[in-house]
Design a protein around this ligand. Structure first.
Ligand code: PDD
Length: 293
């Protein structure tokens, strides 16, 4: 695997990535993370990801002593050293190493981990034809439990949902919240289009405030496409004209079917396509600015 790993500034080959078996991130999933893309060796939307990471740590009570600019420069250096321009970057902050007991001791020192590896895109045909998703039985955890708005690495619920989707040959698992309303995918946000209006569940329903989701709001407004946050029951899937999911790694991915049933006419619709093109323009402009072209 081409790539590098770093733990608190110490750089290792990717395949030698390691933390202590006493790290609470390993023992309890007691950590927060971010997934980023890099283009032309620059971490895309680093500022937004760093802000969300800091917010996740604050909600988890994990101390966060690092400065953004220095860390961004460190990631740029890591990508350069790994000779990677188009990379998949993961940042993890764990609460640190301690005794094996549920309540953490005081004064633990958090660990900051970076993983950079070559980005492998999904097949282009998926973007042309749309992906299959599955609405699984597992529910997203309620905001009164581990709030899905915190990007924590405690993800076993989502892992099990993804396994269920994989068994049904679906690329992504869609989940309902405990009230039975649609919330998001196991690792993506969900959007439906009905009568030309883009609809997506509000964060208060219990879902991650995706960075790509926020970009979709920005570009939809710029494109004069109406976009609304709306509680969406399971039935909304049956009545939509188009659907798509978003994430850092998938960007805007059209959805063709859910549980084997076509959504709309099963082809990427005009609103999804327009947003997809607008997203590419937004990203390309950002790359030009970041690489000083
Ligand atoms: N996942 N919802 C969940 C539960 C996610 O895990 C993700 C991202 C998203 C989309 O967020 P963003 O647009 O900020 O990537 C929504 C990342 C890609 C991951 O788990 O690696």
């Amino acid at each position: 695997m081409k790539g590098l790993f770093s733990r608190n500034g110490r750089v290792l080959p990717y395949r030698r990535a390691m933390v202590s078996a006493l790290d609470r991130g390993f023992l309890y999933g007691d950590s927060a993370y971010e997934t980023l893309r890099s283009y032309e060796g620059r971490p895309f939307l680093f500022r937004e990801h760093w802000r969300r990471l800091r917010a996740s740590c604050a909600r988890l009570g994990i101390s966060f002593p690092w400065k953004r600019d220095a860390q961004e420069a460190f990631v740029v250096g890591l990508l350069k050293r790994a000779r990677l321009k188009s990379a998949h970057v993961r940042i993890i902050v764990t609460r640190g190493e301690g005794a094996i007991r549920m309540a953490p001791e005081r004064g633990l020192r958090p660990n900051l981990l970076y993983y950079v590896q070559l980005f492998t895109p999904l097949p282009a045909s998926l973007y042309r034809r749309g992906a299959a998703v599955a609405l699984v039985g597992l529910r997203r955890n309620p905001i009164e439990s581990l709030d899905p708005r915190i990007k924590s690495s405690n993800l076993l619920n989502n892992v099990l949902a993804s396994i269920q989707a994989g068994r049904r040959r679906a690329l992504e698992a869609l989940m309902l919240n405990s009230a039975g309303d649609l919330v998001e995918g196991a690792s993506s946000n969900l959007f439906l289009v009905r009568h030309g209006v883009v609809l997506t569940p509000p964060l208060s329903e219990g879902l991650l405030g995706g960075i790509t989701r926020a970009i979709v709001f920005r570009i939809a407004r710029r494109e004069k496409i109406e976009i609304r946050e709306r509680v969406l029951g399971e039935r909304a899937l049956r009545h939509c004209d188009e659907a798509f999911i978003t994430s850092t790694l998938k960007e805007i991915l059209p959805v063709r079917s859910c549980n084997g049933r076509l959504l709309g006419n099963g082809r990427p619709g005009p609103v999804t396509q327009r947003l997809g093109c607008a997203f590419q323009r937004f990203r390309d402009k950002w790359i030009c600015r970041a690489s000083g072209r």
